[in-house]
Structures are given as structure tokens and as C-alpha cells.
Design a protein around this ligand. Sequence first.
Ligand SMILES: [Zn+2]
Ligand SMILES: [Zn+2]
Length: 353
Amino acid sequence: MSKTYSYAAQSASDSLKPYRFERRTPGADDVQIDILYCGVCHSDLHTVRNEWHNTLYPSVPGHEIVGKVTAVGANVKNFKVGDLAGVGCMVDSCQHCASCAEGEEQYCENGFTGTYNGPVFGGENTFGGYSDSIVVKEKFVLRIPHKDNLAAVAPLLCAGITTYSPLNHWKVGPGKKVGVVGLGGLGHMAVKIAHAMGAHVVLFTTSPNKREDGLRLGADEVIVSKDAEQMATQANQLDFILNTVAAPHNLDPFLALLKRDGTMTLVGAPDSPHPSPTVFNLIFKRRSLAGSLIGGIEETQEMLDFCAKHNIVSDIEIIAMQDINQAYERMLKGDVKYRFVIDMATLKQEAAA
Ligand SMILES: [Zn+2]
Ligand SMILES: [Zn+2]
């Protein structure tokens, strides 16, 4: 066992505070990682505050982890001490159901184990990346091909794969016109990745003042979604829409922008449902409304390699571990461009003090 220093919430009404616990000694298949950076995902906040009604306490969030390998088990083949390594949203799955067999562990029929708050289906709680180290099965550890800017790589482990996977699955690429709804942590990654895939990207935002940023990030057009006239210019034109907005909203104005056979995929998880869309908007053009959850481990590696090749990282603001509670308040106000990332050196200094 090794002593681990972290920040945890002890209850839904508690702020995050220092917490010590023990990680397992690396087993034969394990990789031990010294955490350098951890991104701050909206799911962290939902979990800490028990907004999905399944939180186990104490809760140590964090599933956008980049670090350095400090020990490997005897069976580990692809990592050695000193290598960079990443950990995303999952640390285990059943490994024998149909989804696991196809490398889609995020849809594991027996429930994957989350990097934090993992054993929703039974077992011991898992503690995530707001900590100085983590021990993870090699199968769930990612190689980091980026050479620098590692803090900005961390959000790829959740925000990156959450957007890459549906763009990849629905075959976004040259000749395709793709909509991205919302310019936040997920949306800004979707714009960058869809642009790099070669698609014509149309960003939909409620804020006219995000226009310049949208264009800078790679959008070809920016449409203010509250403006019915601007929306009408896109009617029946889009092959695919990635909707990253988690707040409940009317889906019909976006469905109406899809071509015949087009699909809109939702990746935000609202805490109360979206109003049901009008069936006419689906049947008259054989349109589909779909959902997508992160991505499998193999696809996450593919995404990291793709992002390194195309020089894609997240736009981030680095924070100290001690500023996390304040960062949550700012995140709730949308006051972040576009992801907070915790510099774990600040946690280690505190632990040593
Ligand atoms: Zn996340
Ligand atoms: Zn499975």
C-alpha cells in the first residue's frame, strides 16, 4: 500500500478538502502513476454534490489524468518507469461481455468501473485524479504521444474522447457539414477535432460574443442559436450534429437543420430531461436522435494519437489544487475558457509541508 494525498468531499454539502488514503501496491498487471495534471470535468462537480444520486463518500473526483509511470508490475509490457501515461474515465470493466469483446468497455454490460465513484454496481469505492498518484491496470492506461503542453493534454482523456468517439462513429470527414452545439469544455474540443477531421464545421452558440473564439478554434461558420433567421439559413443542411449542451433545451430547432438521414447525437447529461422532440422532425426526413458515452480504450488511444498528429490540445486555465472549490463556482457561471486543469505540484507541496 502507498500513502496518497488528495482532495475529497465527505458529503454532498461539503467542499473539497485534504484527505489521505492508501492506494494498492501495484500488482502484476498494474501501472503506478505519479499524477502531474488532472482536468476538471463537470461530472466531477455533479458527483461531489451527489447530483446524480449515486455518490459514495468520501469522493475524490478527477478522470482527466496525465502523469509519469513510477512502477510497473511483472506482466506490464507497454509501459516502463519514466514513461508518460494517461488515465481517463474508466479503470476496469468485466472484459468478457460483447461490448468489452468489441473494445467498447464504456458500454460494458456488467458496468465498467469508473476512475472515481466506480463501483456503482458493487465493490469498493474508487478514488480519482485529484490526488498525487494512482494505480491502474495496464489495459486501462493510455500512452501519451504529445511531447509538451501536458497540462492541456489532460482534458483529452474525457472531453476529447467524448467528442471524438461520436464524430468518428458517424464518419465525420471531408465533404460533411457538421454542427457543434455549445462552446464549453466539450464543444471547444468538438470544433477542433471535427475541423481536423476535414469537415465543414458550423458552431451553434447562444452567445454572440463567442463568435471570434469559435472561428479561432476551427469553426467555418458561427450561428447564434437564439436567432431564428440565422438558424433558418442552415435548415436541412447538416449531415451530423454533435450536441454538447447538458442543460435541458428544445431539440427541435436543431433536428430541423439535419439533412435527410442526418443524425444528432447528445453527449451532455442533463439532470432533468430535454422536452421530447416533435416526431414529425424525425419521420419526414428519416432523421435520427442518438446518444454517445465517452469511448473505448482502443479508441481513446486512437484519439490521443490523432490529436498529437494534428497538434490538438485543450484550451485551459491552470489552477492550484487549493483553488478547486472556487473553480467549481466559476465553472457553474461558465467562467472558464475552456477547461480548468489542476497542477498537481501544488498538491504535492501541500502534502510535504
Ligand atoms: Zn468527464
Ligand atoms: Zn463487459
